[in-house]
Design a protein around this ligand. Structure first.
Ligand SMILES: *Cc1c(COP(=O)(O)O)cnc(C)c1O
Length: 442
């Protein structure tokens, strides 16, 4: 940057950078924040103001910014191999990462296919499912099923299985039509119904669709346990075991999109573990590189891999991306897995989650809070307000209190990195309550 002047950075960014997920005109009133550096859970702007990154920079950062162990691994990798194509070549980081991830599934998902972002992983899973049925002689299995409120990314194929209107409406005419089934969202419980009852009800409605059309359906794609982008809609794990059983009975693939909920976010390393099941395809991205580099992957069963194994090139899975299996990104992922092991992270997160639950108690019991909910390292609640600008006002007010938070509609959520200390947790609870009261009073 030529100048360290904050206003100058902002003006230059607005002239030349088209920011994602943003109506750019809103930046006439909402400030754009130039980040100069990050340390641990904090981001610092060019004026020296700091913000607690309570949403892990869009759910990717697990162990803080500028993490010394991930930094060291990347510096070491930089001097060895920054990148090599993965067709016809291989390298240690991608081999070791594939082996370690397969081991985490007890080798049920024995093969790993790589890409760079979450949406591409979803595209890969959809294509692989369809193509594996085709290679086995079931060409008519070409339809997909997704859940109400689902989010699987914004490329054309991934957007087709996404049910968030604001993202898909403009592109409706471009999208393949899919089956959208009931969400097991526990908030839909009727009087006397448990979350598990809601989940069983949703599974029963899925079975109706399978009864009619399973011979045309390639796969169902779900976000296990938490549908994040629709506002952290949580469901009972029994939904996953019911879907697994239906997929087995009706010969439909189950795609678990763990891009947001994987890597310990739901409390277990993979969310599916809480239902004691494995899908046919499992997508990972976001946290897998510790929030450092773009990396995504699709894990699948060896029998699906075998459906492509042939002397004929066209029966293979020819999908590719230029940066498939990038060594730096894989090395960041290996350093991330090391931290999980060395620091016993899943156990430690249970303690942190209990502390966070304690400091959030006043919000959980707040008169204007509905559906306070938690799963692993995700917290959410719905604000009782009709104000359509609630989310933007909340974001701005939170910044004034050194918090980075971006509610989804009226759902306020926390997805903090796994490294908050007691003081940061206490501060987070107090500030969040202050911000909520200020925004609700205005
Ligand atoms: C973020 C996300 C995606 C898309 O990942 P990108 O890297 O943004 O393309 C897909 N599915 C889920 C569940 C996500 O949360």
């Amino acid at each position: 940057m030529e100048s360290s002047n904050q206003a100058d950075w902002v003006a230059r960014s607005l002239r030349s950078v088209w920011h994602p997920c943003t109506q750019m005109q809103h930046h006439e009133t909402i400030p754009l924040i130039p980040v100069s550096h990050g340390r641990g859970a904090w981001l610092y702007d060019t004026d020296g103001k700091r913000y607690l990154d309570a949403i892990s920079s869009w759910w990717v950062n697990l162990f803080g910014h500028a993490n010394p162990r991930i930094n060291a691994a990347l510096k070491d990798q930089l001097d060895k191999l920054e990148h090599a194509m993965l067709a016809g070549f291989t390298h240690e980081p991608v081999i070791t990462l594939s082996e370690r991830l397969a081991a985490l599934t007890g080798h049920v998902l024995g093969h790993c296919f790589y890409a760079s972002d979450g949406a591409s992983a979803v595209e890969i899973a959809l294509k692989m499912s369809f193509h594996s049925w085709r290679n086995r002689g079931f060409e008519e299995k070409r339809e997909f099923v997704c859940l109400k409120g689902s989010y699987h990314g914004e490329t054309i194929g991934a957007l087709a299985v996404t049910d968030v209107q604001i993202f898909r409406d403009a592109y409706g005419p471009l999208l393949q039509s899919v089956h959208v089934v009931e969400s097991p969202d526990a908030r839909k419980a009727e009087a006397g119904e448990s979350a598990a009852d809601v989940a069983r009800r949703a599974a029963a409605s899925l079975e109706k669709l399978f009864l009619e059309r399973a011979d045309k359906i390639a796969a169902i794609i779900i976000e296990p346990l938490v549908q994040c982008a629709t506002g952290m809609a949580m469901h009972d794990p029994v939904y996953l075991s019911e879907v697994r059983a239906l997929c087995d009975r009706y010969k439909v693939h189950m795609i678990a999109d763990e891009i947001a909920v994987g890597c310990g976010r739901s409390g277990t390393f993979f969310a599916c573990e809480q239902a004691g099941i494995w899908p046919d395809f499992l997508c990972l991205s976001k946290g897998i590189s510790g929030g450092y580099l773009p990396l995504s992957l699709v894990m699948t069963r060896d029998d699906i891999y075998a459906a492509f194994y042939d002397s004929e090139t066209a029966r293979g899975f020819l999908h590719s991306h230029s940066y498939t299996g990038n060594p730096l990104a894989c090395r960041a992922a290996l350093a991330t897995l090391d931290i999980f092991e060395q620091d016993n992270v899943l156990q430690q997160n249970l303690i942190k989650a209990a502390e966070i639950n304690t400091v959030l108690m006043p919000l959980a019991q707040h008169a204007r809070v509905k559906h306070f909910r938690q799963r692993g390292m995700i917290w959410a609640f719905d604000a009782q307000t009709d104000d359509p600008t609630f989310s933007r006002r909340f974001f701005s007010c939170a910044l004034e209190h050194e918090l980075l938070l971006r509610p989804i509609g009226r759902s306020v959520y926390l997805m903090p990195p796994y490294i908050l200390d007691e003081e940061e947790i206490a501060g987070l609870g107090q500030r969040l309550l202050t911000v909520f009261n200020e925004v609700m009073a205005a």
